[in-house]
Write a protein that binds this ligand. Structure first.
Ligand code: SF4
Ligand code: SF4
Length: 111
């Protein structure tokens, strides 16, 4: 079992999550983060830290797409352990539906 970053993270990237993860298993894309399911120790510390409520345990239903996306891109994107600068428009995208179709980027972040 692992925790999974979901759509709510796209274009938010507050990155409060990376500061608390004891095993540094967050990876950075251009406009969202993912968790490496093989490294996550399932401690749950990051879940309440995310202001966008984007992090959920993979035991919740209908998460197949997001579990796959976290596994795939955590192998391609750089590891991130320090909170970066929150995008100026992050709050404008908080809770907006349909962000995957409109804004998901497979490009890596800076790490
Ligand atoms: S705190 Fe939440 S929204 Fe921000 S980067 Fe982490 S998972 Fe994404
Ligand atoms: S559940 Fe724990 S180990 Fe997994 S990503 Fe969150 S803080 Fe890191």
């Amino acid at each position: 079992m692992a925790y999974v970053v979901t759509e709510a993270c796209i274009k938010c990237k507050y990155m409060d999550c990376v500061e608390v993860c004891p095993v540094d298993c967050f990876y950075e894309g251009e406009n969202m983060l993912v968790i490496n399911p093989n490294e996550c120790i399932d401690c749950g510390v990051c879940e309440p830290e995310c202001p966008a409520e984007a992090i959920v345990p993979d035991t919740e239903p209908n998460l197949e797409k997001w579990a796959e996306l976290n596994a795939k891109f955590s192998a391609e994107w750089p590891n991130v352990t320090v909170k970066g600068e929150t995008p100026a428009d992050a709050d404008d995208f908080k809770g907006v539906p349909g962000k995957y179709d409109a804004h998901f980027s497979p490009e890596p972040g800076k790490g």
